[in-house]
Design a protein around this ligand. Sequence first.
Ligand code: NAI
Ligand SMILES: Nc1nc(O)c(N)c(N[C@@H]2O[C@H](COP(=O)(O)O)[C@@H](O)[C@H]2O)n1
Length: 282
Amino acid sequence: MLTTEVPRPPAVLLDTFFDPSNDLTGLSLYTGDDNALMPTPRSLDESRPYVTLTFAQSLDAKIAGKGGKQLILSGSESMAMTHWMRRMHDAIMVGIGTALNDDPQLNTRRLPPLPAEHSHKYHLPRPVVLDTNLRLSSNCKLLKNYKAGNGRRPWIVTIAPRTDIGWWNNRRTVLEEAGVQIIEVESNDGQVHIPALLRKLRELGVRSLMVEGGARVIQSFFNESQAKVFDSVIVTVAPTFVGEDGVGYGANISGGSVQNLKHVQSALFGRDIVVVLESKEV
Ligand SMILES: NC(=O)C1=CN([C@@H]2O[C@H](COP(=O)(O)OP(=O)(O)OC[C@H]3O[C@@H](n4cnc5c(N)ncnc54)[C@H](O)[C@@H]3O)[C@@H](O)[C@H]2O)C=CC1
Ligand SMILES: Nc1nc(O)c(N)c(N[C@@H]2O[C@H](COP(=O)(O)O)[C@@H](O)[C@H]2O)n1
């Protein structure tokens, strides 16, 4: 019998991702390599994953500093909440702008240590990078972690090139040899077509997707007009101002999806406010 208390995700995430009528007392927090049985948010539309759009911003709605400088906006409590969210999704996606700028790890290293008598590890989400021109560095932390056995194989989602096939094929070979799996999706105006991307990820077994940014990717999800492409938006608001030189995501947000958001809950994590909104059914 296990006597040590099992760490559990924050209530705000359990409330958002699971029906309160579900009995979660037996919620298994750990999985081995096979995450098929792991509880994860599920979309009512089975042709795509459940999608959570999430990021941290300042009071003046900036997500990075001047010239894209990465900022640690979240305090330790809300950052741990973000890592719980990572734990609860099958995959985490960022754009190549973020991958090149921040060299992120996208893992769950800020979760509380597991009790010694538990043999399983926390589930590690699949890293996914939206990378139209195959620019990801073969030396990035996502690949280093994968090779060291500390992360899943990263996936790049790209579009088929229209010109310069030789260069593209070379990049493809370099990245595949470094450990990346390349997934081709149809294009929309030279970028990855978001509804097609979601269908493809679901076909590949992804039941839940956390979209962590950056600015252009957030805008693309908010502005997608052909289909509903996200279910919830979880924003960490840090009590700080960045100033007008910082990177914002608010410009050009015009899609109907933002009008369809309803506020569900706000919660205090240390000094930060975490705001949860859900996409209304349309
Ligand atoms: N505070 C926070 O929570 C976060 C902040 N950031 C910050 O965001 C900045 C990076 O943002 P961006 O430069 O805007 O890059 P991004 O990470 O949004 O990537 C954009 C790139 O992704 C590719 N892409 C392919 N299909 C796309 C599609 N359908 N829509 C949009 N992009 C698509 C394109 O090459 C595009 O240039 C960095 O400064 C980073 O620190 C990034 C993530 C979270
Ligand atoms: N939740 C949150 N708070 C912040 O203050 C942030 N800057 C971010 N950034 C996102 O997290 C990625 C870095 O992840 P690792 O720490 O390397 O695992 C970064 O690339 C952004 O996507 N998020």
